[in-house]
Design a protein around this ligand. Structure first.
Ligand code: AMP
Ligand code: GLY
Length: 434
């Protein structure tokens, strides 16, 4: 079987690493991919937004299954376009992907189908939003409706900050059209978790729970990032909590989508706040998480290609999905300056020393590869993005996985490299220093 993966980050490297283990798969292609991916798949120079070129490629190469990593092509309707041409593709349709591409749509879905979430209202004009903020007081959360590369949510500690957030989103249009409408929402308190599930629109099977680390620096300080690390499973989500999220959030969302005539097939990601009143949904994403996928896929024992086929053919109810009971931790190594300005093209050293380590996998995000350079056993890799590598380790306990991940991180370096030293630490029963 020939598989095409769309995307080029750590999430896609992880998917390809998993797919490459399937006995059903003979060839893997990735558009556009990265240097790490190029060791497992043939990378093709087509951007993920170029649907017509991707369709031509899939036809020409007789691709049996296409898998979409990022949200943007899903929101643009790549699944609908492939299906129109009779090509098999894994992921939600454009109408179903709106659960991520419009936070207003998602909020209304949650309210209509009784999914627990923070109280909030939708505004199409700045002044009523500001009046609402003054009435409710801070802390309060302001969210741009549309896709904003993970930056469209502003958690405000004061009324003034919230008013500025409304101005930034609706008046200055910092995120363009995504800021035509906003949601102003109650600020929820608690531990966050990502509960991500496979669904064929009828059956919902959750993956192991995980937790992302969004802030740039230790102890959740500094600006928000795409994610500086993750671990799975998260002890904060015991089996009762997982069951509750399934019954109160994921299943009602999938059923609600079906009732709205938007059958949801693919991966549904619920961002959850574990509040003192129980789990509440913060958001939905229409895809695998990044970096959550870097800790979830290594724990998945079942063949991912079989799961994806079962979803496309709407027979997920027949599948049993098995998970390894160990823990996984991923530490993201970022370029100096990220999430602000950073330089690219720094040589990455130490990967040869890490590759023989047992239970350690290095997933590449922003890397490139200069094939001509040098006579080293693996050709040198260079940085090519903000988040450069995700160093994942498995362990029999969370602590063992943390220690193993950091012992691998210690062997890797590039100029300006920075990373958090407390990934997973808050899930340990005592404070942990590297
Ligand atoms: P989202 O893109 O909606 O997940 O929001 C990004 C981040 O903003 C979440 O991971 C939370 O940390 C935070 N957030 C979103 N909504 C709320 C809320 N109602 N209360 C507190 N924090 C929130
Ligand atoms: N880790 C957050 C996300 O994938 O959206």
């Amino acid at each position: 079987m020939k598989v095409l993966v769309i995307g080029g980050g750590g999430r896609e490297h992880t998917l390809i690493w998993k797919i490459a283990q399937s006995p059903k798969v003979d060839e893997i292609y990735c558009a556009p991919g990265n240097a790490g991916i190029s060791q497992l798949a043939e990378c093709i120079g087509i951007e993920s937004a170029n649907t017509p070129a991707l369709i031509s490629f899939a036809r020409e190469k007789k691709i049996d299954l296409t898998l979409v990593g990022p949200e943007a092509p899903l929101a643009a309707g790549i699944v609908d376009e492939f299906e129109k041409k009779g090509l098999r593709i894994f992921g939600p349709s454009k109408a179903a992907a709106e659960i991520e591409s419009s936070k207003v749509f998602a909020k209304k879905l949650m309210q209509k189908y009784g999914i627990p979430t923070g109280d909030g209202e939708v505004f199409e004009e700045p002044q009523p939003a500001i009046n609402y903020i003054r009435d409710k007081g801070a802390p309060i959360v302001v969210k741009a409706d549309g896709l904003a590369a993970g930056k469209g949510v502003i958690v405000c500690q004061t009324v003034q900050e919230a008013e500025e957030a409304v101005a930034l989103i609706m008046v200055q249009r910092k995120f363009g059209e995504a800021g035509r409408r906003v949601i102003v929402e109650e600020c929820l308190q608690g531990e966050e978790a990502s509960i991500i599930a496979f669904t064929d629109g009828k059956t919902v099977l959750p993956m192991v729970s995980s937790q992302d680390h969004k802030r740039a620096y230790d102890q959740d300080k500094g600006p928000n990032t795409g994610g500086m690390g993750a671990y799975a499973p998260t002890p904060a989500v015991n089996s009762q909590t997982l069951e509750k999220v399934l019954k109160e959030v994921l299943i009602p969302a999938v059923k609600g989508m079906a009732e709205e005539g938007r059958i949801y097939k693919g991966v549904l990601y619920a961002g959850i706040m574990l509040t003192s009143e129980g789990p509440k949904a913060l958001e939905f994403n229409c895809r695998f998480g990044d970096p959550e996928n870097q800790v979830i896929m290594p724990l998945l024992e079942t063949d991912l290609v079989e799961i994806m086929s079962a979803i496309i053919e709407e027979r997920l109810a027949e599948m049993e999905i098995h998970w390894n009971e160990r823990s996984a931790v991923c530490v993201v190594l970022a370029s100096g300056g990220y999430p602000g300005k950073y330089e690219k093209g720094k040589e990455i050293r130490g990967l040869d020393e890490v590759s023989p380590m047992k239970d350690v996998i290095v997933f590449h995000a922003g890397t490139k590869y200069l094939a001509h350079a040098g006579l080293t056993p693996t050709p040198p890799f260079f940085t090519n993005g903000g988040r450069v590598l995700g160093v994942t380790a498995l362990g029999d306990s969370l602590l063992a996985a943390i220690k193993r991940a950091y012992s691998a991180v210690d062997k890797i370096n590039f100029e300006g490299m920075h990373y958090r030293k407390d990934i997973g630490a808050r899930a340990l029963p005592y404070s942990f220093n590297k």
